[in-house]
Design a protein around this ligand. Structure first.
Ligand SMILES: *[C@@H]1O[C@H](CO)[C@@H](O)[C@H](O)[C@H]1NC(C)=O
Length: 294
């Protein structure tokens, strides 16, 4: 596993940058026992292969879910997922970062299942201080049920970038300068769940779950976080205004270079099927400011 230093969650002090008082930079190549807790599902979520594999399942009685033990404030977080195969219509596999409270921040990947042979939708959203309404949806350029693929979130003080197998599909920039709140003060946990979303997920709710196919199962492996995380018991948070310094990890200043910009445009041109920024009907008072920013 590639990582600068691998460490257990409560011995995560590896590289401490002076201004980052109670948060520490860690690089962890994941073990599900070490990094995650199963949060619900009464046995439907399982950690297997000595912590290298996690599976979630959904049947008529319940779905299931897990969350990270750590709370993260900025970082680059990778997870490989293999989604529910076959007739997965109506199922939703959600994988996201989320903070607590009523003015929460959230960065979402949601995978909306479909009938066998019909395409999944990858639904994304960004919430800042409890406000979302920033959906973008995509088809994928591969079958996400045939194998594991890597879904990554880069989150630093300047931007959030969603990646699929290293290809950027969406960027949400810090535009606080024009009054758009940006997630940067609330640490978030990684959360994931598999649940019944058949009132809206597939063809807008037209196609329901076929329970004769249950249980439905999604699998996770190769979690990796290069991130800033709250050390156990500490209460204050990372100072996101800290000046760059030579010890900073690469993700802290990461941005799209010209090849990255081109890749992002390729995805948006060819695979994006919904963009809130193009939905003028939905925003009769005018598009949100981040949509029209230069
Ligand atoms: C499911 O397949 C239909 C037909 O190809 C498509 O319109 C829809 O976008 C697909 N995905 C979902 C999640 O509904």
């Amino acid at each position: 596993m590639t990582s600068l230093i691998s460490c257990s969650s409560n011995v995560s002090v590896t590289l401490l940058i002076s201004v980052w008082v109670t948060f520490v930079i860690i690089a962890t190549a994941g073990n599900f026992y070490q990094d995650f807790d199963i949060t619900w599902g009464d046995g439907r979520a399982q950690i297997l292969n000595n912590g290298e594999l996690l599976t979630l399942s959904l049947d008529k009685t319940s779905g299931s879910g897990f969350q990270s033990k750590n709370e993260y404030l900025f970082g680059k977080i990778d997870m490989q997922l293999k989604l529910v195969p076959g007739n997965s219509a109506g199922t939703v596999t959600a994988y996201y970062l989320r903070s607590e409270g009523s003015a929460w921040d959230e960065i979402d990947f949601e995978f909306l299942g479909n009938l066998s042979g019909d395409p999944y939708i990858l639904h994304t959203n960004v919430f800042s201080q409890g406000k979302g309404d920033r959906e973008q949806q995509f088809y994928l350029w591969f079958d996400p049920t045939a194998d594991f693929h890597t879904y990554s979130i880069l989150w630093n003080p300047q931007r959030i970038i969603f990646y699929v197998d290293g290809t950027p599909i969406r960027e949400f920039k810090n535009l606080e300068s024009i009054g758009v709140p940006f997630p940067k003060n609330q640490p978030m946990r990684i959360q994931s769940s598999l649940w019944n979303g058949d009132d809206w997920a597939t063809r807008g709710g037209l196609v329901k779950i076929d329970w004769s196919q249950a249980p439905f199962t999604a699998s996770y492996r190769n979690f990796n976080a290069d991130a800033c995380t709250r050390s156990s018991g500490a209460s204050s948070i990372c100072n996101s205004n800290s000046p760059a310094n030579n010890n900073n990890p690469p993700w802290l200043l990461e941005e799209l270079d010209s090849a990255g910009q081109e890749a992002l445009q390729w995805v948006q041109r060819n695979y994006m099927i919904y963009n809130y920024c193009s939905d003028t009907k939905r925003f009769p008072q005018g598009l949100p400011p981040e949509c029209t920013a230069k």
